[in-house]
Design a protein around this ligand. Structure first.
Ligand SMILES: Nc1nc2c(ncn2[C@@H]2O[C@H](COP(=O)(O)OP(=O)(O)OP(=O)(O)O)[C@@H](O)[C@H]2O)c(=O)[nH]1
Ligand SMILES: [Mg+2]
Length: 304
């Protein structure tokens, strides 16, 4: 949908801005920070984001459609990972600006892989060095920036802290300067391309990921079987899919406490986003090896 009639060309800039980087560098945290509300799920576990998600930032004379992407890695290859890599590759084609994110003082083979993909594109790239709040001595940034500026492709290099909101304004200004003159693509009060069901499933997945150990988060999928808005309450029925009986036991936890805690937290996030009371019911079900099963993945909403 477009509001194009309202803005004479030449006065308005609009375009797509894809955020890429290896897992866990802080892409989703940045998106949430820029949009000003929690939208994309985040956690300290790598490979949290599985789908591209638009966060739409509209200013008086611009609209930047930020695209969060799954982190690119080269270690694992199964159907789920192929889906995630495909989502990210699609999101760097036909956009106007790419934000490549790395972590302060780290440049490893996965960063090299991401950089290699960008080398083939003819799009401006801003390199964001995130998590600078962790540095004891910010002087260490200078040689790191110097090392990276020797690499091809970056229009600018901006050190930031997504969690502490440092230099995020500089990112926005640099992005807006690179957007083409064009009318807005979305109504200016719209914040995302995703619907309430998507956020419901993602918020549940986030709480589980945050509560669980290292491997299990990757084995979880969440589907929404019912999303019913009534005048004063929303009813949500969700199924949490895992790959085996032992995983199911872990998720439910002793006396169901684990699942209850995750459900409570997810419900609060949903109530805050949807602005309405919500009744959440969850079930845990087993689908063997779904991360390697193209049919199951399709049923769970992952395109094949
Ligand atoms: N100290 C610090 N931590 C940060 C910063 N930005 C993000 N983090 C943390 O880094 C972890 C990963 O953040 P995410 O935003 O989920 O990372 P991501 O790049 O989206 O990860 P994937 O979706 O798995 O690719 C979380 O624990 C964040 O709180 C930052 O500026 N400083
Ligand atoms: Mg993410």
């Amino acid at each position: 949908m477009s509001d194009s009639g309202k803005y004479p060309p030449g006065e308005f800039r609009c375009g797509y801005v894809t955020i890429v980087g290896r897992p866990n560098v802080g892409k989703s945290t940045l998106l949430n920070r820029i949009i000003g509300q929690k939208m994309s799920i985040t956690s300290s576990k790598p490979q949290t984001t599985r789908w591209c998600l638009y966060g739409i930032r509209s200013g008086p004379n611009y609209q930047a459609i930020f695209v969060d992407t799954p982190g690119l890695q080269t270690r694992y290859r199964d159907s789920l990972n192929r889906h995630m890599a495909r989502e990210t590759r699609k999101a760097i084609e036909q956009v106007h600006v790419v934000l490549m994110m790395v972590e302060a003082l780290v440049w490893n083979t996965m960063d090299e892989h991401v950089h290699g993909l960008l080398g083939k594109l003819n799009i401006p790239v801003l390199l964001l060095i995130n998590k600078i709040d962790r540095l004891q001595d910010r002087g260490q940034l200078l040689p790191f920036i110097k090392q990276l500026s020797g690499k091809n492709k970056f229009n600018d290099i901006i050190p930031v802290s997504a969690t502490r909101n440092e230099n995020i304004d500089a990112v926005e200004s640099a992005v807006v300067a690179l957007l083409p003159v064009a009318p807005p693509e979305y109504p200016i009060d719209q914040l995302s391309d995703r619907n309430e069901r998507f956020f419901a499933a993602e918020f549940i997945r986030e709480k589980l990921i945050r509560q669980l150990g290292e491997e299990l988060p990757y084995r979880i999928a969440v589907t929404i079987e019912r999303f019913e808005r009534q005048p004063r309450i929303i009813y949500v029925d969700a199924v949490i899919w895992v790959e085996g009986e032992s995983q199911k036991r872990i998720i439910i936890g002793k006396g169901g406490l684990m699942l209850k805690a995750a459900g409570e937290k997810a419900r609060k996030d949903m109530e805050s986003m949807f602005g309405c009371k919500l009744y959440l019911q969850t079930w845990v079900k087993i689908r063997k090896n779904w991360t390697g099963d193209a049919r199951a993945m399709k049923e769970f909403g992952y395109e094949q």
